[in-house]
Design a protein around this ligand. Structure first.
Ligand code: COA
Length: 175
């Protein structure tokens, strides 16, 4: 198994300016463009952790609570929360900044899952994550529940086998 790596080693910060070609008819950033930027930022983080080519396996729900306006500066920060076998969960947070107005608001957050692949596109082992800060430890612990939830939703795990989720919802173990 590859040597463990610290979560901080996968930290990636990416900054973009919202230009006219990125917006809808209301002059707000298009959701698809933001998802594209988030995918790139999170993929770089997963590459840094695994030192491999990675492919996006899934994106957990992304909500758009605040519109991001033309001219805003969008900052994304991504970090791997946990490595499993060949897959890694990446936490990404997004802020929008209006520099002339001096405001900066949190606009989005998502969890991406990437799979490291070899030269033939086959999944390959990734290093485990060593969390250091309290926030990293919380994300590391909860990553197992999120993994089970997304695998159940993707039809890749039977709800019965999602032990962490069963414990969370107080479903007793059978016999
Ligand atoms: C992701 C992919 C490599 C998985 O391949 P596979 O043959 O299903 O491989 P496996 O069943 O061995 O799964 C490999 C890992 O992917 C994870 N995975 C597969 N589908 C997943 C999903 N929907 N959500 C989260 N993780 C998933 C598995 O849990 C496993 O993780 P683990 O090794 O850490 O336990 C393959 O489905 C693929 O290439 N998909 C297309 C990727 C792509 O093109 N992305 C861009 C989309 S626009």
């Amino acid at each position: 198994m590859p040597q463990p790596k610290y979560a901080r080693e996968s930290l990636v910060t990416m900054t973009e300016m919202v230009l006219p070609n990125d917006t809808n008819t209301l002059n707000n950033l298009m959701g698809g463009r933001l998802l594209h930027w988030m995918d790139i930022c999170a993929a770089i983080s997963a590459q840094k952790h695994s030192n491999r080519i990675v492919v996006t396996a899934s994106v957990d729900n992304v909500s758009f609570s605040e519109p991001i306006k033309l001219g805003n500066i969008v900052t994304m920060q991504a970090k791997v929360t946990r490595g499993f076998n060949s897959s890694m969960e990446v936490n990404i947070e997004v802020w929008a900044e209006d520099i002339p107005a001096g405001t900066r608001v949190s606009t989005n957050r998502a969890f991406y899952t990437f799979v490291a692949v070899d030269q033939n596109g086959r999944p390959i082992e990734v290093p485990p994550v060593t969390p250091e800060t309290e926030a990293e430890k919380d994300l590391y612990e909860s990553a197992l529940r999120r993994r089970q939830l997304r695998l159940v939703l993707a039809g890749r795990m039977k709800p019965h086998d999602a032990k962490e989720l069963r414990a969370l919802f107080g479903v007793a173990e059978e016999g």
